[in-house]
Design a binder for this molecule. Sequence first.
Ligand code: AMP
Ligand code: ZN
Length: 112
Amino acid sequence: MDCIFCKIAEGTIPSNKVYEDERIIAFYDLNPQAKVHVLVIPKLHIACADEINADNSGEIAYIFEKIPQIARKAGITNGYRIISNCGDDGCQSVKHLHFHIIGGEKLSEKMA
Ligand code: AMP
Ligand code: ZN
């Protein structure tokens, strides 16, 4: 499968990593939308939030367990926003489930 985030998870495409273990990887977004912008992905290929099910939801729970540690490691100390774009109307450009962690500054009150 030609999935850029699977390749980042495999290490065949480089990334600026914040955190990695056997199940997930967190790395800085190439095109940051805030002072700190990190992406967290499961190594397992899941296309988007719409494909979360009873078989793979453990990976998502695990991501959310690790997000506080990842945010701290990225230098975020005063709160953050978690975003996951899904599908065409959600403007998802990379079809491998990922969570944007943005922070490091006061964010807009508008979300959409
Ligand atoms: P989305 O629009 O929610 O699918 O977000 C995809 C994000 O991936 C965008 O913010 C891109 O800047 C980011 N991105 C794409 N390719 C890479 C890459 N190789 N390394 C880091 N971030 C990337
Ligand atoms: Zn993938």
